[in-house]
Design a protein around this ligand. Structure first.
Ligand SMILES: C[S@@+](CC[C@H](N)C(=O)[O-])C[C@H]1O[C@@H](n2cnc3c(N)ncnc32)[C@H](O)[C@@H]1O
Length: 229
């Protein structure tokens, strides 16, 4: 599956940010800022890994937020798709952000040392990765003891009204998305409707993380899972 996913993101890398804002009516930006807020932990000088950084939006939001609240953060932003990372590199350069290091890495086999990060974030990775269980293991391996993870994702709507709403809305997205890339927008809507947030929570609990919390975002499709190693 990861080859297909890689192909999908290569084919939409140039329009990814624009289409994301358009189809979410700008709400995706608010969600990423929630992640950046969660990434501001009590320390003042620490290391953050943004996994599946894509075009780098979460890493950039974190860097900008940290600057505002006067925290020294060193951010490493990784993804396995070079085309998405090229967009990230350009954005980071344009914004003259010096504390983000961009690297190509697979979330299932991170090239990062054990117990090396205070915070790990991942936006919209869980639906796209081959094995969430393997990723949860990696999360546990690279976080320091007491380190925090923040996972932003979209999944099955949580009530009947939002389910009906999203079935209609996703039909429109598939229709409009097919003008650009049918595969990509079919996958987007299918994977959201199939993803079970409680199953993910159970996987993380099974790995021994504590203080697990799930925050459902307005409209009950987006959510953030946080936890501590
Ligand atoms: C929907 S995008 C999210 C990008 C970004 N986090 C954001 O908030 O927009 C999903 C990203 O996950 C990446 N991805 C999927 N599977 C991966 C894996 N096994 N290792 C690294 N990146 C992966 C894709 O290349 C893509 O850039």
């Amino acid at each position: 599956m990861s080859e297909n996913i890689n192909g999908i993101f290569s084919s939409i890398a140039n329009v990814y940010d624009f289409m994301g804002h358009l189809f979410s009516l700008g709400i995706d930006g608010i969600w990423r800022k929630i992640v950046a807020g969660e990434a501001m932990v009590e320390k003042t000088d620490y290391k953050i890994l943004d996994v599946a950084t894509g075009t780098g939006s979460i890493a950039i939001d974190i860097a900008e937020k940290a600057k505002r609240v006067k925290k020294q953060v060193e951010i490493v932003a990784v993804d396995f798709n070079e085309d998405m990372l090229n967009i990230a590199r350009n954005k980071i350069k344009r914004k003259r952000i010096a504390n983000i290091c961009v690297k190509i890495e697979d979330a299932m086999r991170l090239d990062e040392p054990c117990c090396s990060y205070d915070v790990v974030t991942a936006g919209f990775l869980l639906r796209n990765i081959d094995d969430t269980e393997v990723f949860a293991e990696e999360l546990k391996r690279i976080l320091k003891k007491g380190g925090k993870f923040i996972l932003l994702e979209m999944g099955k709507p949580q009530n009947e009204i939002s389910k009906i709403f999203f079935e209609i809305y996703f039909f429109i997205i598939r229709f409009l998305g097919s003008i650009i890339n049918k595969n990509a927008y079919n996958w987007l809507t299918y994977s959201i409707m199939a993803f079970d947030r409680n199953e993910m929570l159970n996987i993380l609990a099974g790995k021994g993380f504590r203080d697990l919390k799930i925050k459902n975002l307005p409209f009950h499709v987006g959510f953030v899972i946080t936890g501590i190693k």
